[in-house]
Write a protein of this length. Structure first.
Length: 86
């Protein structure tokens, strides 16, 4: 079965609109024991760049200092959960 990715890929204007509406993504880093550490990360968009801020002593920063690999997921559609104000 051929991939449908090309039929569901967002155009650049669609992607920019999506990023402007969401404002929060899930940031995944690798914890000290090798397990994933997932946390919400709020951001603002500056052109095609996402800017975020966090405390320098946060677990995600310590994880990134130890292992620079990370990934983000902004695929949660709908309203933010009650504990994550929009």
């Amino acid at each position: 079965m051929p991939s449908r990715r090309s039929t569901i890929t967002m155009s650049e204007p669609e992607l920019m609109r999506f990023l402007d509406e969401e404002r929060v993504l899930t940031c995944a880093t690798i914890g000290p024991g090798g397990r994933p550490h997932l946390m919400p990360l709020w951001y603002v968009r500056d052109g095609t760049t996402l800017l975020a801020w966090t405390y320098g002593k946060s677990q995600k920063v310590r994880n990134l200092e130890r292992d620079g690999r990370a990934t983000g997921d902004g695929g949660h559609l709908g309203e933010a959960p009650a504990h994550c104000p929009a």
